[in-house]
Design a binder for this molecule. Structure first.
Ligand code: ZN
Ligand code: ZN
Length: 352
């Protein structure tokens, strides 16, 4: 059996893992490298012909953005992921199969074991048993979210574990990062009446909301239409969310022309209409806080360079230390750390 790394190791983005056993193969994730001239996973035509199934750990574009390309290359097999992940994809996929129908959560079935990974709505880790080998993919993973449940990885046995290590050598403690991000909002609000936060469509926006509301109980909070809709979904969809404080979720008001307070905008890179809204807010004297990785060439990158936004990370991945601690709590023969430029790619790993 061989794992061929089509992207995502030694770099941030384009996560794509091709697992081959004899003439058959499966793919885990099919991501794009945003802002790159060479954004696609490194898959050959003959590899694509061998594919029997594609699994998606979650909907973010660095894990799914190259799927339309894969379909254009002739892949017609199943695309398997949780129902929220499939619903969040910004394009139509034929042959979508709900992971919950293939195997129940946390129970091995058809050689597949999966659990929630705490990173966003519907995000999962996957363990695949194939012949006598077991390979575990953590997906993007955090045990710290107050919003998204995580079925923590403990005592799992695998020949190879592909683990999220997106923050690499940055050893800042989770609590310190979160406190610093919330404090940055508070500090900026002393200088400007409006602070906007570009957040992922599906991800840490709700976690940030909880942290900010706890720290700043009286500041008015606003969200664009997508963000407000996410607060409503989180209140009613108990399956994919932790129990959340209604009072806080209901305290977000729709973003309107005249605001003072904190405004959540649902696109971390501030593209299109979201970027236009950010421009209006900037004209009113607003400043932004970026909490995730900016893509090269994005409006967010430009605003960071112009110092119209500050960068304070809200952690939704693991760093090197957390990755090592996770490894110690499991039984992995081999570990491959993905999602960071800090660790070079071996390009392929053969398991005998
Ligand atoms: Zn992600
Ligand atoms: Zn990712």
């Amino acid at each position: 059996m061989e794992l061929y790394i089509a992207g995502g190791v030694g770099e941030h983005g384009r996560n794509c893992f091709f697992l081959q056993n004899g003439g058959d193969a499966i793919l885990v994730d099919c991501g794009l490298m945003a802002g790159s001239d060479d954004p696609l996973p490194r898959l050959t035509e003959s590899q694509i012909r061998k594919l029997k199934a594609v699994f998606l750990t979650h909907s973010h574009a660095d894990h799914t953005g190259a799927l339309p390309w894969l379909l254009r290359q002739g892949y017609t097999g199943p695309i398997i992921s949780t129902t929220p992940t499939l619903q969040q994809l910004p394009f139509i996929v034929q042959n979508a199969v709900a992971l919950e129908q293939v195997a129940p959560r946390n129970e091995k079935c058809n050689g597949i074991t999966w659990g929630l990974s705490g990173h966003c709505e519907g995000s999962v880790w996957l363990k695949l048993d194939w012949d006598d080998k077991a390979i575990l993919f953590s997906g993007d993973y955090t045990e710290q979210s107050a919003v998204y449940p995580c079925d923590v990885l403990r005592n799992q046995v695998a020949d190879l574990a592909v683990l999220d290590c997106a923050y690499g050598h940055d050893s800042t403690l989770w609590n310190d990062s979160v406190t610093a991000a919330a404090a940055a909002v508070e500090n900026l609000l002393e200088k400007t009446p409006i602070v906007f936060l570009p957040v992922p469509k599906y991800g840490c926006g709700l976690d940030l909301l909880l942290q900010i509301r706890r720290r700043l109980p009286y500041v008015p909070l606003y969200g664009d239409a997508h963000f407000c809709k996410q607060t409503e979904i989180a209140l009613v969809d108990g399956k994919w969310y932790k129990p959340l404080p209604q009072r806080i979720l209901r305290s977000v008001r729709p973003d309107a022309a005249e605001n003072e307070g904190v405004v959540f905008l649902s696109d971390p890179q501030l593209r299109g209409a979201v970027g236009e809204r950010a421009k209006e807010l900037l004209e009113q004297g607003a400043m932004g806080i970026m909490t995730g990785t900016p893509d090269a060439g994005s409006f967010s990158s430009a605003l960071l360079a112009e110092k119209k936004m500050e960068f304070w990370r809200y952690p939704v991945h693991l760093n090197e230390t957390q990755c090592r601690v996770l490894t110690e709590k499991n039984n992995f023969s081999q570990v491959l750390r993905y999602h960071s430029p800090n660790f070079a790619s071996p390009h392929r790993i053969t398991m005998k």
